[in-house]
Design a protein around this ligand. Structure first.
Ligand code: UD1
Length: 362
């Protein structure tokens, strides 16, 4: 069957969400056109994920790259408008909450192309986060909402978005973890770093944490205290490296600063960790499934189910709060259970709904 859909991906967290959906469509002979915006272009943030996740190579890479929010979003919109005009898709499918998601949503809506949003309904209620603005705008413009967690359905209803277009399907990012879980092995990365025993894993990339030197210094101080109890490995996103290093991140023997890892290497490292400290959204979900305690270095989360059902705790960015929470989590690790439908089948559910819904389109 020809499904004349365009699926948009652009940055690292999109790839693990799109892979199971695209795979399920391919298995049903309904391979969509896969368009990479080029928002992420470093091999470590992009290409390596296509290889490891067996995601088909994108049919188009628009090569948009980095910029301020306005510059990047404008360039994305121009590129999407040209692409949609040329390929005349029946539907546009977007993932997550990055600038590529927002730009494709706005362009599709203006060109009167039906829009589907995978990972709809998440809200941090913090509009200083660029992703929150992206989520709200994308949801309001979408015709089909694929929701990962029950509270997302309630939230969409509060915003007047309910009815036949809202589908609670589970979490496609967790599909990818379920698929590769048996291959995860923390030993090679651990040994290559000379760590013999327990360790903690850290990631940091949110602008609110890594662009402001005072916040970055507080986090680095908190991590230095944690590293007195347990060695830390931090896989550092290129954004923020300079500010974090200026705050003294590289100067502590107990903190191993490494480059971003591929999906399998990073999940392997995380699967063997005693503790994860992060400001990422996806990692809050993945640690819940891996049953690894997670401390989120933010004041809010758009994924509250990882706290109510999972291993996640909100800690903020104060150095003492980070150190105390880490101590508590190491002595008495939080446990949890998998949220409903985080069962490895979300991609299949989404694919079946997309195929079914297509029958109603002109
Ligand atoms: C983007 C998403 C964020 C997501 C993150 C995952 C938005 C608003 N943010 O943040 O939600 O959690 O991806 O990584 O869309 N850079 C590189 N190489 C690259 C890409 C970026 O070095 O391949 C550096 C550049 O200095 C760039 C900066 O990172 O200016 C920010 O990149 P950008 O794509 O704007 O946002 P991220 O911080 O990566």
């Amino acid at each position: 069957m020809v499904l004349k859909d365009i699926h948009i991906v652009g940055a690292r967290p999109n790839f693990m969400k799109a892979a199971p959906v695209v795979q399920a469509l391919v298995e049903r002979d309904a391979r969509p056109l896969l368009v990479h915006s080029g928002q992420h272009y470093d091999r470590a943030l992009s290409e390596v994920f296509f290889e490891q996740l067996h995601l088909p190579q994108p049919d188009l890479n628009l090569g948009v790259g980095s910029g301020t929010h306005a510059t990047q979003t404008a360039a994305l919109m121009i590129a999407f408008e040209e692409t949609f005009a040329e390929h005349d898709p029946l539907r546009v499918v977007v993932y997550g909450d990055i600038n590529s998601t927002l730009a494709a949503a706005v362009v599709a809506a203006k060109m009167d192309i039906p829009l589907a949003h995978v990972e709809a309904g998440l809200r941090s209620f913090d509009r200083t986060m660029p992703e929150e603005v992206n989520r709200i705008v994308t949801d309001v413009l979408s015709d089909l909402h694929f929701v990962t967690s029950p509270e997302g359905v309630d939230q969409l209803a509060k915003e007047g978005l309910s009815g036949g277009g809202v589908h609670f399907v589970g979490n496609p990012m967790i599909d990818t973890l379920v698929r590769f879980r048996a291959e995860l092995d923390p030993e090679p990365v651990r040994l290559s770093l000379g760590i013999d025993g327990d360790y903690a894993v850290v990631t940091l990339h949110r602008p609110s944490n890594v662009d402001d030197p005072a916040v970055a210094a507080s986090i680095v101080e908190g991590l230095a205290r944690v590293s007195k109890s347990i060695p830390i490995v931090i896989a550092l996103h290129p954004r923020g490296r300079k500010v974090l290093e200026e705050a003294g991140l590289g100067e502590n023997e107990g903190i191993h600063v490494i480059d971003p890892l591929g999906y399998l290497e990073f999940m392997s490292l995380m699967s063997g960790a005693s503790l994860v400290l992060t400001d990422s959204g996806g990692i809050q979900e993945e640690t819940t499934i891996l049953q690894v305690p997670c401390l989120t270095l933010r004041d809010n989360t758009e994924r509250p189910i990882t706290v109510t059902m999972g291993t996640n705790r909100l800690v903020g960015t104060d150095a003492s709060a980070i150190a105390e929470a880490a101590e508590r989590a190491l002595v008495n690790p939080p446990t949890g259970t998998a949220p409903p439908l985080w069962d490895g089948q979300a991609g299949r559910r989404i694919a079946e709904i997309l195929i079914d819904d297509q029958r109603g389109l002109p």
